[in-house]
Design a protein around this ligand. Structure first.
Ligand code: SAM
Length: 458
């Protein structure tokens, strides 16, 4: 990638896990509004559920997620009990028992829950919702404290996919980010999962970390691929020490600059593709037989708060502190702090605290951005016509795309917008052209600060 373009476009852009993005959420969407939205849902529509566990055994210095480290089991058990209660409150707010096609457990670390609590919550879920027999149940895992007992618990609960946090296998990088995790620890978690029949495995890697080099990252990629994961995520490290104070433990002067970050992404990406994986959206890769690739090839890949999904449900209900729901009417986010969330649950209320109602213009821009984030390509006229809207209303977006096109970062062909695979690191800039909230701000090419705080998927 040309150095002058890297400097020119070294700007902050949202990761577009939703549109409008979370910084635009406000207090007007709260419990009563969210309850009304839920009771108005078409009872025949399938649902996707997201359950958030904001606890970890220990805090990683790089972490940008909603979580706290605790070694005490009591607050975690109290949280689990309220999570089950929220499932009841949610189910009671719907017109009838809904079909669920996809469940995602994220965090934090869902496997921080006690095995018995995890099983109880899954039982409650199956009690109150009709979880499809062929549905996906995915769980994020920290391999360091993963046990055979938890592997058995997950399998018995019907978990079908696991995402394991790795970040980097280089011991020097691991020390610099406060996440020491030997290759053997990751290998044994993978083996334990496969032994109980959970064979759909994702690994999370990161680039842009202190001490990382192209060569060290390539080595990490080779070690990751030797574990034969079905999917790999390659996240760009978002360093926001003003917002996430623990990130100050990371020596900012050792972070690679924008050019080095892109060189790392390109080298790691080439390595992964060389092993037969296919690129998915901004930062994911999957084996050709994986559901994500099937969905991508069929034009039905979706972007959500957890990244990318093959799930077909239009409605996503978030359960747990900070979890975000996506409904046809708009977005609703639960209270972020466990204390506020607990107060709402104890009062028998839906814990929604902020959000945004969406109109047709948001829906259109959201669809265009989602197609770009998924396929790097969108026919704007086709999207407009599908919603009965006039593409000319988006003339400003095309004006904003013109400089990117002149620099070869997008191709424009009539109403068609394509981001060449080589320009994948700049994909979000093309999306930002369709963002009514305006263009990117100066800063590192990462999620805008508040969006990062609000979005569980980094
Ligand atoms: C929601 S976290 C859960 C990780 C899991 N608890 C673990 O310990 O492995 C999922 C992934 O987000 C990524 N992530 C976390 N903080 C990040 C940051 N500041 N910038 C980019 N990616 C980040 C990491 O790759 C992490 O594995």
């Amino acid at each position: 990638m040309r150095a002058d373009l890297i400097t020119k476009y070294d700007v902050r852009v949202p990761r577009y896990t939703s549109y409008p993005t979370a910084p635009h959420f406000g207090p007007e969407v709260e419990s009563t509004c969210y309850r009304r939205w839920m009771s108005d849902l078409d009872p025949g529509e399938p649902l996707s559920l997201y359950l958030h566990v904001p606890f970890c055994h220990e805090l990683c210095w790089f972490c940008g997620c909603h979580t706290t480290a605790t070694r005490r089991d009591r607050p975690v058990a109290a949280y689990a009990a309220r999570l089950a209660r929220e499932i009841d409150i949610c189910a009671d707010s719907l017109a009838r028992r809904a079909r669920v096609t996809h469940v995602h457990w994220g965090g934090g670390t869902p496997t921080r829950l006690a095995c018995a609590d995890f099983s109880r919550i899954m039982e409650r879920l199956r009690d109150r919702f009709a979880v499809a027999a062929d549905g996906e149940i995915a769980v994020e895992i920290d391999p360091r404290q993963f046990t055979p007992a938890m592997a058995r618990t997950l399998a018995d609960a019907g978990v079908t996919r696991a995402s394991l946090g790795v970040q980097d296998f280089d011991p020097n990088v691991q020390t610099a980010i406060g996440r020491v995790q030997s290759l053997e620890v990751t290998e044994s978690a993978v083996e334990e999962l496969r032994a109980v029949g959970i064979t759909a495995l994702n690994l999370d890697l990161m680039y842009g970390l202190p001490g990382q080099t192209v060569a060290s990252l390539e080595h990490t990629v080779d070690s990751a691929i030797a574990l034969a994961p079905n999917r790999l995520a390659l996240f760009g490290y978002a360093h926001l020490p003003d917002l996430k104070r623990h990130q100050r433990l990371i020596d900012g002067s050792r972070l690679p600059d924008a050019a080095a970050r892109i060189a790392q992404f390109e080298a790691a990406s080439a390595r992964i593709l060389g092993h037969g994986y296919r690129p998915v959206g901004l930062d994911h890769f999957a084996r050709p037989d994986d559901d994500l690739i099937v969905a991508l090839d069929q034009g039905r890949l979706r972007r959500n708060f957890q990244g990318y999904t093959a799930d077909r449900a239009e409605i996503l209900l978030g359960i747990g502190a900070s979890a975000i729901s996506r409904l046809p009417q708009g977005y609703a986010q639960n209270a972020v702090h466990v204390r506020d969330w607990s107060t709402a649950i104890d009062a028998g209320q839906l814990p929604a605290a902020r959000g945004i109602a969406i109109d047709d213009d948001d829906r259109l821009r959201g669809r265009i951005i989602e197609r770009l984030m998924c396929e790097l390509d969108v026919d704007v006229a086709e999207q407009c016509h599908a919603l009965g809207m006039d593409p000319n209303t988006l003339a400003d977006a095309f004006k904003a795309l013109a400089p990117l096109a002149a620099d070869g970062l997008v191709r424009l062909d009539g109403w068609r917008v394509t981001v060449p695979v080589a320009a994948r690191p700049f994909l979000r800039l093309a999306c930002a052209a369709f963002d009514r909230a305006g263009g990117p701000q100066n800063g590192p090419p990462i999620e805008a600060a508040r969006a990062s705080r609000a979005a569980p998927a980094l």
